[in-house]
Design a protein around this ligand. Structure first.
Ligand code: FEO
Length: 170
């Protein structure tokens, strides 16, 4: 049974946001690589891969329900950053925004009594809790370390304390 058109539009919009997040994290990884902070670069490379996987989940679901795949135009990712705090702060605010969009889609699916889409979105509802928590913790560590002690952040990420660091990247 095809999904409601408003839900199909919402799923395609979220597919675009996941692809945009993929590009934004690649851009942040490149920034940290240029700053000679390889653990942070690897952490954001892994985040970029996760976002690509999220995009493919949406793509696959849209196809499975027989809706039309319509990938939106993507704005270019932010390419320059003032500081590590700036880059990680952008990541946290992006994850918080994505959480809002996922919750909005889930509410729409409830209102439409679209059980399949509700079930599909549950994985993302749970995932967003982890993503926001991971990025919030990383921002706190970056702020505590300060601009001159980013090697402490490298240690934090290398130990896997960030939850999804280079040491534990899937
Ligand atoms: Fe796919 Fe980080 O949200």
């Amino acid at each position: 049974m095809p999904v409601d058109q408003a839900i199909a539009d919402g799923l395609n919009a979220q597919l675009g946001r996941e692809l945009a997040a993929h590009l934004q994290y690649l851009s942040i990884a490149a920034y940290f690589d240029a700053e000679a902070l390889p653990q942070l670069a690897a952490f954001f490379d892994a985040q970029a891969q996760e976002e690509h996987d999220h995009a493919l989940r949406f793509l696959g679901y849209i196809r499975d329900v027989g809706a039309r795949v319509s990938i939106p135009a993507l704005a270019p990712p932010q390419a320059t950053f003032e500081s590590a705090e700036d880059a990680v702060g952008l990541s946290l605010s992006s994850e918080q925004a994505v959480t809002g969009f996922i919750n909005g889609l889930a509410t729409m699916a409830v209102e439409q009594r679209d059980h399949a889409t509700q079930a599909f979105l549950q994985w993302f509802v749970t995932e967003q809790v982890e993503e926001v928590s991971t990025m919030s913790d990383l921002l706190a560590v970056v702020q505590r370390a300060g601009a001159t002690n980013l090697l402490l952040v490298e240690d934090y990420v290398a130990r896997g304390d960030s939850g999804e660091g280079a040491a534990t990247a899937e």
